[in-house]
Design a protein around this ligand. Structure first.
Ligand code: DAH
Length: 343
């Protein structure tokens, strides 16, 4: 048999082997068998040297054509295999949209923030602006500008967290400095509430924590009276604790209000008869309030002969405890999900 026949045969076999391969390894084996260094086509090419000078060009061209054809077949087969592999992969990885999804675990609103939202709702409904303020505060705003004398007991190191020996910077012990910040920045008349954290050197027990929350409230306008204060706070109490819930206003003293009072709410446990929850009183204290002291207005550049106002400060934990009948303050801060999930 001559080289021409061998070439034709090897060419056909090579093409067939490439076309037949269904796996990558089969194709690679075919490549080696025909196109590899020791492959059949390569071996035939090496035999060209044995041909006569006349035969060589035509046979060389034929050999090159055979090689190119087998190489092209290899290329085509390789593309085909790749496409098939991709197809298989896509099939294997398709998403089954009928499988039920994983429901995201939704957290619970903290009961104290639920109570705060209710409080905000009441006041925003009456046109109040909600303010946010710094927890690291100047003693000047926390005390001086609120008319607290140098000798005021809460200014003592044993009660207050100061940052410096000069007692200039502190963790605010009340949200009341927000009154001063509002008076300095907001146009008159104004109605604001300012919820936030406050800090005092108290030991942790069922009713105390060194960090707790207050909501400050303040109205400054013309002809504002104690009646406005009582009406507004009564509305708040009825919205929080139900229509008909009774309040009681007792005289008290705060340096920044005159007159000052504390507001009690009828005990939710006994309805006023007296029980352990209210320590036999029938009432539970909810907040301090009063008419803004003229000196406080004056210190912030507001003329007390033209403007008057009232203010209050309430403990948020206590309000939430009453709202949701929580017996121990520590539950509010422990963040035990078994507790939180109940609200
Ligand atoms: N800041 C007071 C406290 O922490 C509460 C308070 C009382 C706030 C009377 C007021 C107020 O705005 O008028 O005990």
């Amino acid at each position: 048999m001559g080289i021409r026949e061998d070439l034709a045969r090897v060419r056909e076999e090579g093409l067939a082997a490439m076309a037949k391969a269904t796996l990558g390894e089969e194709l690679e084996a075919a490549r080696l068998k025909y196109l590899g260094k020791k492959g059949e086509l390569t071996a035939l090419l090496k035999q060209m040297g044995r041909l006569s000078a006349e035969e060589r060009p035509a046979m060389g061209a034929l050999a090159n054509e055979a090689r190119a054809a087998v190489e092209a077949a290899l290329e085509t087969a390789s593309k085909k295999l790749e496409a098939a592999a991709l197809e298989r992969k896509l099939k294997a990885e398709t998403v089954d949209v009928t499988i039920p999804g994983k429901a995201p675990k939704i957290g619970h609103r903290h009961p104290m923030y639920l109570a705060l939202d209710e409080i905000k709702d009441v006041f925003v409904g009456m046109g109040f602006t909600v303010l946010d303020g710094p927890e690291v505060e100047l003693a000047e705003l926390n005390f001086d500008r609120l008319n607290a004398e140098e000798s005021h007991p809460s200014r003592d190191w044993s009660d207050t967290f100061y940052f410096d020996r000069d007692e200039r910077v502190m963790l605010r012990s009340q949200t009341s400095p927000m009154q001063v910040r509002a008076m300095e920045t907001m146009p008159l008349p104004m109605r604001i509430i300012a919820p936030g954290r406050v800090y005092r050197k108290d030991e942790v027990d069922a009713t105390h924590s060194p960090m707790f929350h207050q909501v400050e409230g303040m109205v400054i306008d013309k002809n504002v009276t104690m009646a406005d204060l009582k009406g507004t706070l009564n509305l708040l109490v009825e919205r929080l604790y139900g229509a008909g819930t009774k309040t009681r206003f007792r005289p008290h003293h705060f340096p920044f209000t005159e007159p000052s009072c504390e507001m009690d709410v009828q005990c939710h446990k006994c309805g006023g008869a007296g029980c352990p929850t209210c320590k036999g009183e029938g009432w539970i204290e909810l907040l301090g309030a009063g008419m803004i002291h003229p000196t406080v207005l004056e210190m912030s550049g507001i003329d007390p002969n033209v403007w008057s106002g009232w203010a209050f400060g309430m403990g948020l934990e206590r309000t939430a405890m009453r709202r949701f009948k929580i017996a121990d303050l520590r539950l509010i801060f422990e963040n035990d999900v078994r507790f939180l999930e109940q609200f």
